[in-house]
Design a protein. Structure first.
Length: 281
C-alpha cells in the first residue's frame, strides 16, 4: 500500500498540496479547494512525466513498479494534465503559474545547446535543463517554492514585507535541504553532476543539516521579533529537528522508502503540526 502511494507520486503531490496549505495557514488565507487541486494535479502530472521518461535510470524496485503500471501511469497523467489545464484556464491563472509551467517543460523535454565560450561555438549534444550540471536542484527548489509559497502570496496580493520574505527564505532552504537528500539517494544512478556527486555524501549531509539549522534560527527570529506565535514556531522547529535526525541517519544502505516516504513526508508533517498550532492558538 505504502509503495503504491509513493511510487505512483501520490505522496509527492500530497506534499506539495499540504505545503501550499501551510503557507495559507501562516498568513490566515482561505484555503481554496480549486487552488489546492491545481497544485496537487499539476505536481502529480509533472512527476509522472518524469517517471515515464526516466524509469530506466531509477532503482530496480521503482523501475519495476513503473513498468508494471506503465499504461495506468500514462492514462492518469493525461487525465490529470487535462484537468490541471482546465482549472488554470477556468481561474485565469496562467500568468500566476507561467514561470513554473515553462520551467517544468524545459526541465524535461526541449533540448537546448550549450555555448563553448572558449571556442565561441556550440558544443555537446542538446540537453534539457535537468541535465545541466548543478542546475537541477535549483529548478526543483524554485518550482516548489513558487508553487507552494509564492503562488498563494501573489494570488492574495500580499505585500512582500520582512515577515513574508523570511518565511520565503525558510521555505526555500527547507526544500533545498530535502532536495539534497534526494540527490544523495540518486548519487549512484545520476548521470549528471549534482551536489552529492561533487561534494560526496558526508559533506552533502552536513550542508543539508546546516540549511535546516538556519531554518530553525530564522523561525526563532520570526517568533521573537515578528508575528509567528509560539506554537507555530514549535511546529516548524519540530519539523526541522525531525528533518535533521532523518538526514543524519542517511547512509548507503538507506532504502527507497526512507527517502520517498519519511523525508518526503516532512512537508505533510509540517502542515499537520502547524494546523494543530493554529487551532489551539
Amino acid at each position: 500500500m505504502i509503495k503504491n502511494i509513493v511510487f505512483s507520486n501520490l505522496l509527492v503531490a500530497l506534499s506539495a498540496s499540504f505545503l501550499f496549505s501551510t503557507s495559507c495557514l501562516f498568513f490566515d488565507l482561505k484555503i481554496l479547494n480549486e487552488l489546492v487541486m491545481i497544485v496537487f494535479f499539476s505536481t502529480f502530472s509533472v512527476y509522472n512525466l518524469i517517471s515515464l521518461k526516466s524509469a530506466n535510470n531509477m532503482i530496480d524496485e521503482r523501475r519495476e513498479w513503473i513498468l508494471n503500471y506503465y499504461n495506468f501511469i500514462k492514462m492518469s497523467t493525461l487525465l490529470t494534465t487535462i484537468f490541471s489545464i482546465f482549472l488554470i484556464i477556468k481561474l485565469n491563472l496562467f500568468t500566476f503559474l507561467s514561470p513554473v509551467i515553462f520551467l517544468s517543460l524545459l526541465y524535461n523535454y526541449p533540448k537546448i545547446k550549450l555555448l563553448n565560450f572558449e571556442k565561441n561555438q556550440f558544443f555537446h549534444p542538446k540537453k534539457n535543463l535537468r541535465e545541466i550540471p548543478f542546475l537541477k536542484i535549483f529548478i526543483i527548489v524554485f518550482c516548489w517554492t513558487y508553487l507552494t509559497y509564492l503562488f498563494p502570496i501573489f494570488y492574495n496580493d500580499l505585500n512582500l514585507d520582512i515577515n513574508v520574505i523570511i518565511h520565503l527564505i525558510i521555505r526555500a532552504l527547507f526544500l533545498f535541504s530535502i532536495a539534497i537528500n534526494f540527490d544523495i539517494r540518486d548519487k549512484e544512478s545520476d548521470l549528471i553532476v549534482t551536489i552529492p556527486t561533487f561534494l560526496g555524501q558526508k559533506k552533502s549531509k552536513i550542508l543539508s543539516c546546516s540549511l535546516l539549522l538556519i531554518c530553525e534560527l530564522l523561525a526563532l527570529y520570526l517568533f521573537i521579533f515578528h508575528s509567528l506565535n509560539f506554537l507555530c514556531f514549535l511546529a516548524l522547529y519540530l519539523t526541522f529537528e525531525i528533518g535533521l535526525i532523518l538526514t543524519y541517519f542517511i547512509n548507503k544502505n538507506s532504502k527507497e522508502l526512507y527517502f520517498s516516504f519519511y523525508i518526503e513526508g516532512l512537508s505533510i508533517l509540517m502542515f499537520i503540526l502547524v494546523y494543530i498550532a493554529t487551532i489551539i492558538f
